[in-house]
Design a protein around this ligand. Sequence first.
Ligand SMILES: NC(=O)c1ccc[n+]([C@@H]2O[C@H](COP(=O)([O-])OP(=O)(O)OC[C@H]3O[C@@H](n4cnc5c(N)ncnc54)[C@H](O)[C@@H]3O)[C@@H](O)[C@H]2O)c1
Length: 323
Amino acid sequence: MRKVGIIGTGGMGRTHARHYKNIGNLELLAYDVDPERLSGFCTDTGAAPAASSDDLMERADIVDICLPTHLHADLAVQSLGLGKATLCEKPMARTVADCGRIAEAAAKSSAPFMPAQVVRWFPEFRRAHDMVVDGAVGDASAIRTRRCGKHPQGAGGWFTNYELSGGVLMDLAVHDFDWIRWTFGEAKAVYANGVDHQWPAGLDYALVTITLESGALAHTEASWADPGGFRAAFEIAGSGGFIEHDNRWSPPLRTVNDKGTFNESPMAPADDPYFRQLSEFITAVESGSEPPVTAIDGLRAVAIAEAAIESAKSGRAIAPATG
Ligand SMILES: NC(=O)c1ccc[n+]([C@@H]2O[C@H](COP(=O)([O-])OP(=O)(O)OC[C@H]3O[C@@H](n4cnc5c(N)ncnc54)[C@H](O)[C@@H]3O)[C@@H](O)[C@H]2O)c1
């Protein structure tokens, strides 16, 4: 039975653990710098606690990095250096330079690596991708995405520290940047505007225009200024058709109570995008095939986010780094 070592037992660590248990035939090991959090996680998930991240890496066959974004790169490079199959939450790292270090380590290592760009497994985003690739809209010329929610906090409030999270463009819009690039091709230039709606340290609302190498124009709205619950939407206009989606049109199960607004899914566990993402990664590890998202994919999504941040600061259109 393979051992998966989860580093970081906060929100995403718990999500991943739940789905690994549904995949089955995997043993869990975990480490967190906060002993109480680690102990609660181990009680709830049945994971064995590791004494340190070094100890976890020694003992695990597969390393899963669910840490605050600024900590991804060092751990991913270490894990790949030890020859461990490695999954890393998105954004792959806080900067393009750090992504470059991971991509270099992944290229040198015999072990598989995957950045967890989970939007590729959300059914509407996946289906629209497949339809575009199959020519259902002809030449796609105008793409619009929208992703909104309330400002996340994270352990110790790390999301609210711009240096650590990169704000809404790096943390949230990176989902759409990856999906746009995967579906419509490389970005040529990025222009962005943003405001610090409720967070003086950095942008929590932004509008981004991306000129693609194909000549198509994409624009992305990303907001941490929407307390009304999570929202994701897209529109694709092409020479031969139009596709649109808004997750608020028919929220699966929407619950509002004094703790907030929650959208829950009645999906079977096997249809959950996080389950599908993790099972495809485990299958790639077991079969020795290339994982479906590469380090270069992770780097290029972060490069679009970094270009957008730079553009919002300078007022100029920026060409994203290619790594
Ligand atoms: N794919 C998605 O849908 C999605 C959603 C939310 C967050 N994320 C990403 O997942 C990553 C983790 O986010 P989160 O929401 O789980 O954050 P979180 O704050 O809930 O959890 C982070 C955990 O890491 C631990 N930690 C901090 N420093 C550590 C260290 N040096 N060693 C070991 N443990 C340490 C914290 O104690 C905490 O338990 C981020 O990169 C975030 O952008 C992805």
